[in-house]
Design a binder for this molecule. Sequence first.
Ligand code: FES
Ligand code: FES
Length: 148
Amino acid sequence: MKIKVNKVEYNLDVESDMPLLWVLRDLLKLTGTKYGCGIGVCKVCTVLIDGVPEQSCLVPIGFVEGKEVTTIEGISQNGDHPLQKAWNELSVSQCGYCQPGQIIRAYYLISKIPKPTIEDINREMSEHICRCGTYNKIREAILLATKE
Ligand code: FES
Ligand code: FES
C-alpha cells in the first residue's frame, strides 16, 4: 500500500492491520515517535493524520492509505521550528520520552490558535502524560514560541 509520511511517499508490503506506530518505527526508521502504553492513554505516540492528532499505536496502517502523516521529524528540517527553539531555550525536556508527542500536539494547537492562552494550552495538552512533570515548562515554551 502507498502511504505518505512527512511529504515522502512509501510503497509498503504490510498487513493493513499493522499499527501505524510499528510502520513508522520499525519499517521507516522514524524513531522520533515513541511507544508508551500501546493502548491510547499516554499519547507519546501522537502523530498528525491529515493535520489531526491521532495515537499511532491504535491506528491501523490501512486507515492512513491516501492520507498525509506528519511525525516529529516532519515539522522542520533542522529542528528549528519556533516550538523546538523554545523547547531548547527553556530546557523543557527531562528524560525526553514524551516530548515528541507533546511537540506534535503543540504544533497542532498553534495551527488552530496561533496565539493560545494558558486555558487553550491546558485544554489541548491535558491528555499528554509526562512522568517527569514538565507541564509548566511546556506551557512556558508554547507561550514563548507564539509570542512573536
Ligand atoms: S503508546 Fe500510544 S497512546 Fe500510549
Ligand atoms: S520528559 Fe520524561 S516523560 Fe516527559
